[in-house]
Design a protein around this ligand. Structure first.
Ligand code: SF4
Ligand code: SF4
Length: 106
């Protein structure tokens, strides 16, 4: 499932040359629209690597979980810490679980 961008949060990376989500996408799929908000231009090519989701500095991107992992509507939202990443998983009933892992970033 392609990432979903919350347009109320995305600030276009403050008009820097290349937004962070565009820089990290291995498929060159993320780009800015005419409204200066990011979107995935070819959703069927997205392979859910979640790089764009993790790098967004304002938490504007959420990942819809693929049906193999969760029902349609379930989502994962990351929060990067200094040495950790916390994943918030929200299922289709609104139940929330959080999982925190150490990252390999020093
Ligand atoms: S990284 Fe986040 S804030 Fe920057 S353009 Fe992408 S979605 Fe918007
Ligand atoms: S999840 Fe990965 S492949 Fe899909 S748009 Fe984001 S960075 Fe690109």
């Amino acid at each position: 499932m392609a990432p979903k961008v919350d347009f109320t949060k995305c600030d276009g990376c403050k008009a820097q040359d290349e937004p962070l989500c565009e820089q990290v996408c291995p498929g060159n799929l993320m780009t800015l629209g005419e409204n200066s908000k990011a979107y995935c231009r070819e959703t069927s090519d997205c392979w859910d690597c979640m790089s764009c989701t993790k790098v967004c500095p304002v938490g504007a991107i959420e990942t819809r979980m693929p049906y193999q992992l969760g029902y349609h509507g379930a989502k994962l939202i990351p929060l990067m810490g200094t040495n950790t990443i916390t994943w918030t998983c929200i299922d289709i009933n609104g139940n929330v679980e959080r999982f925190r892992f150490k990252t390999r970033i020093d």
